[in-house]
Ligand binder design. Structure first.
Ligand code: NAD
Ligand code: UDP
Length: 315
């Protein structure tokens, strides 16, 4: 297949490219590099089945005939989407529409990277796909949450009205190598702080929960969904739930760091709990994650250490 990946220079987009290349496909990857980095694609420099184009998908674009579109372009960490608020709304509306137009033009299949953030601060726990969510439409996270919810509505409309063969994956917190070390997400912050011997910054009392999925598991789930015929949203995430304080302690254990935990204010509208119900993915395509948090953290340490070393060498 010839496959389009938008957001290919990002954390998940670059891992997806690796997995699809390993299966023998050709990839045309586009990215405007607003949060991603060409360093994530450097290992593909001499790969003849991989082509990169610097493209802002908010403007119409034509990559040529493709069989599948994976739409992953969007700022994703709270720090990034707060900095790029209007751009995030733009890519989740005009960007998604332009990617859907490519799929429509070439009769390609389409998979959109949605998010657990569609559930907002959920009152149903664990989150099942039929829960409609609890989102503040004007709060600081709304630029991301509402863009993602609009993308889901638009993707569904292209399926309903234009018969585009679409899929929606609701991705829960995912981590691993190539996560930007300074994007403010909890795993990158804690691991970098622990490795540098700095205090670990827990927001609030650290009793809010998240469920962390290692990137290889997440990509396997996304590929499973891409081959299914399911058009409604499917959760892909690790159902093991951690408080943020437990997560900090796990990072200290795995790194052997002597860093202390310090407490900082909880950001506004920070969801109190998050845990995917993955029974739909299990039933539809037999997927479940295999890698627990401590193992996944160990697999990520070398990457984070090397980014710290590179920064130190530049200074
Ligand atoms: P990332 O920031 O590493 O990657 C996103 C990529 O999209 C970047 O390379 C960025 O430059 C690119 N991009 C943004 N706007 C663009 C535009 N207008 N045109 C072209 N490229 C553009 O983030 P990620 O963690 O890899 O997330 C990838 C996708 O998965 C996002 O859609 C995100 O919302 C979704 N997601 C990720 C997680 C997670 O835990 N990592 C959780 C839920 C959803
Ligand atoms: N968090 C934290 N310290 C940090 C970064 C994040 O305590 O240095 C918390 C944050 O308040 C949230 C959780 O960790 O409750 C996950 O935050 P992240 O930004 O990774 O993603 P979110 O799931 O909130 O989109």
């Amino acid at each position: 297949m010839r496959i389009l990946i938008t957001g290919v220079a990002g954390f998940l987009g670059s891992h997806l490219a690796d997995a699809l290349l390993a299966e023998g496909n050709s990839i045309i990857g586009v990215d405007n590099l607003c949060t991603g980095s060409l360093a994530n694609l450097r290992h593909l420099e001499h790969e003849s089945r991989f082509e990169f184009r610097e493209v802002d998908i908010c403007k119409p674009f034509d990559p040529g005939a493709v069989d599948y579109v994976f739409n992953f372009a969007s700022p994703a960490s709270p720090v990034d989407y707060h900095r790029l608020g209007v751009e995030t709304l733009d890519v989740g509306s005009n960007g998604t529409r332009n990617a859907l137009e490519v799929a429509k033009k070439y009769s390609a299949k389409f998979l959109h990277a949605s998010t657990s953030e569609c559930y907002g601060d959920p009152s149903v726990h664990p989150q099942t796909e039929d829960y409609w969510g609890n989102v503040n439409p004007v709060g600081p996270r709304s630029v991301y949450d509402e863009a993602k919810r609009f993308s889901e509505a638009l993707t569904t409309a292209y399926n309903r009205y234009y018969n585009v063969d679409t899929r929606l994956v609701r991705i829960f917190n995912t981590y691993g190598p190539r996560l930007q070390k300074n994007d403010g997400r909890v795993i990158s912050n804690f691991v970098v702080q622990a490795l540098k011997g700095e205090d670990l910054t827990v927001y609030g009392e650290g009793n809010q929960t998240r469920s962390f999925c290692y990137v290889a598991d997440e990509i396997a789930g996304i590929l499973g969904l891409s081959r299914s015929d399911e058009h409604t949203p499917v959760n892909i995430g690790n159902p093991h739930e951690w408080t943020i304080l437990e997560c900090a302690k796990a990072v200290l254990k795995v790194t052997g760091s002597k860093s202390k935990v310090i407490y900082q204010p909880l950001p506004q509208d920070d969801p109190m709990q998050r845990k995917p119900d993955i029974s739909k993915a299990q039933r539809l395509f037999g997927w479940e994650p295999k890698i627990d948090l401590e193992t996944g953290l160990k697999l990520s340490l070398e990457y984070f250490q090397s980014t710290i070393d590179q920064e130190a060498a530049k200074a």
